[in-house]
Design a protein around this ligand. Structure first.
Ligand code: NI
Ligand code: MN
Length: 225
């Protein structure tokens, strides 16, 4: 699988037979001058929680691609009322899709739409496909539950927020990687806004000192597993 960083917390995941986009926030990302919503392809859009910096371009991408959504029950219901179909999940549940298996796991955060509509409880995804498993944390604090994810899954990559302030910062993300028993981390949810700017060298060196790899990709760069 190929995972391309589209900026902030947005990912493009290319599998052999399907394309997934996670948490589309492209048109409103002040740090993005590379990726355009127009022309993106997707079979499914995964949404971790309702906040605007994870959902801004959901409707545009769903309309241009016909992609169906995968998220929590409340978010799916919200978009179904707008005529966009999806698959509802909730914490702790797994489902075998035609591209692989997703488990929707809990996150410690909040989840309301821009207009205040309830967006259910926030989550993350563990994707197992093509013999690999990756954890997409969504916006979350460090939580001991990550130990359970590490026990259940043999993770090849953990995609963790590192920007601090609204989520865990990079020191907690290192602790998360230890709970997850995963020594390869892709950082996301940093630098987009002033509140979440980080020192890249300090973060990557902190991880190196603890024997874990932290990758801070530029927008458009990819990891292939
Ligand atoms: Ni959020
Ligand atoms: Mn966010």
């Amino acid at each position: 699988m190929k995972i391309t960083f589209l900026g902030h917390a947005c990912l493009l995941i290319e599998l052999q037979n399907k394309i997934l986009i996670v948490d589309p926030f492209i048109s409103g990302n002040p740090k993005n001058n590379k990726i355009e919503v127009n022309g993106l392809k997707a079979d499914h859009i995964l949404i971790t929680h309702a906040h605007q910096d994870h959902t801004l371009d959901v409707e545009a991408i769903a309309k241009q691609t016909g992609a169906s959504l995968i998220s929590n029950y409340e978010i799916i219901t919200h978009y179904e009322a707008k005529g966009i179909q999806g698959h509802p999940m909730n914490h702790g549940g797994s489902y075998d899709f035609d591209f692989g298996t997703l488990k929707y796991v809990n996150a410690i955060h909040s989840s309301s739409f821009e207009d205040g509509t309830y967006g259910g409880q926030p989550g993350g995804f563990i994707l197992s496909a093509e013999g690999k498993s990756i954890y997409i944390a969504g916006d979350t604090a460090l939580t001991y539950d990550m130990k359970l994810f590490g026990e259940e899954f043999d993770l090849n990559l953990a995609i963790l927020p590192v920007g601090d302030n609204f989520t865990m910062g990079y020191t907690d993300a290192l602790k998360a990687s230890q709970f997850l028993n995963c020594n390869r981390v892709m950082g996301y949810h940093y630098d987009t806004f002033g509140y979440i700017e980080i020192d890249h060298d300090a973060a990557t060196n902190y991880f190196i000192e603890h024997g874990v790899t932290l990758e801070l990709l530029k927008i458009g760069e990819a990891i292939t597993l």
